[in-house]
Design a binder for this molecule. Structure first.
Ligand code: SAM
Length: 276
């Protein structure tokens, strides 16, 4: 019988966030797969644990993943951890979970720290519907396409960003959503210098144009205001068509749905989309 893959979150800055179940799962697993064994050994030392570890990071998901699968299939249990937060969320693990699911290996997720949920809950932005966008691509074309696909997004949007790329990302977000769009910037969550700034994209651009960002950031951006019925323009329609195309709809289907949602003429919108 196969063993189980346990997904074990680790603190995003505050060791007090280690739960009893996280520690027990680490202790009871046959081995630990870690994004960086040097980081995880510190956590294990803090917990007074000594466990065999194997590396599992974004550069060895192929061979490393297969070695873990083999051991799971042989009946061993594995606890997967990353440097901080929940495995598989903008971190290694997604592929391993999919591989386990494909061959029927049980996967058990232990709930715990996750920067996006922590940021969203404290943000003061609407939480009923939200979309997690992870990191924007470095590649200009992919980055632009990603942002364009979000132009009319009405749900709260959550982005991760590294400090050295924060200023450029804020500029791109302001360029897409406008300077007045509300933003909650969550910095160093759960740490000594935790800071939650409820501001706007424009103000954040101005501030970080002059002040170097320090620490880790989650950006929680307010979604677009819903358009009042009958007031949509062809440009709004084109933006929605673009978004729907990004979700995989054909041009014809995207136009049909956008025209219906925005109360626009289907023919007029189709002609405008074809011209583009
Ligand atoms: N799997 C992790 C999780 O569950 O949140 C995310 C890993 S991702 C590689 C790292 C990003 O998460 C950082 O660049 C930052 O955007 C965000 N992050 C992690 N810890 C944070 C913290 N303490 N405060 C703010 N953002 C944090």
């Amino acid at each position: 019988m196969s063993g189980t893959l346990y997904l074990v979150p680790t603190p995003i800055g505050n060791l007090g966030d280690i739960s009893r179940r996280m520690a027990d799962t680490l202790e009871q697993a046959d081995f630990i797969a870690a994004e960086d064994t040097r980081v995880t050994v510190k956590l294990l030392n803090h917990l007074g644990l000594k466990k065999p570890m194997v590396p599992y990071h974004r550069h060895n998901t192929g061979t490393g993943g297969q070695a873990i699968l083999d051991r799971l299939q042989a009946g061993e249990s594995c606890a997967l951890v990353t440097d901080a937060g929940t495995p598989a969320i903008s971190d290694p693990g997604e592929e391993l979970v999919a591989q386990c699911a494909a061959v029927g290996i049980p996967v058990c997720a232990v709930p715990g720290p996750c920067a996006l949920v922590t940021a969203l809950s404290v943000s003061g932005q609407p939480t009923g519907r939200f979309t997690f966008e992870g990191f924007l691509a470095m590649n200009k074309k992919n980055r632009k396409a990603h942002l364009e696909s979000l132009r009319g997004e009405e749900r709260t949007m959550i982005f991760y960003e590294a400090p050295h790329k924060l200023a450029a990302t804020l500029q791109d977000l302001a360029g897409t959503f406008g300077e007045d769009r509300p933003l909650t910037l969550c910095r160093e969550l759960t740490k000594l210098h935790e800071e939650v700034s409820r501001t706007t994209l424009g103000q954040a651009v101005a501030w970080y144009g002059e002040n170097a960002p320090k620490g880790e950031f989650v950006l929680v951006v307010r979604g677009a205001e819903p358009l009042p019925e009958g007031e949509a323009s062809v440009e709004d329609g084109l933006a929605l068509v673009d978004r729907l195309r990004g979700e995989g709809l054909s041009l014809r289907d995207a136009v049909k749905r956008a025209a219906k949602e925005l109360g626009l003429s289907r023919n007029e919108l189709y002609d405008a989309a074809v011209k583009l």
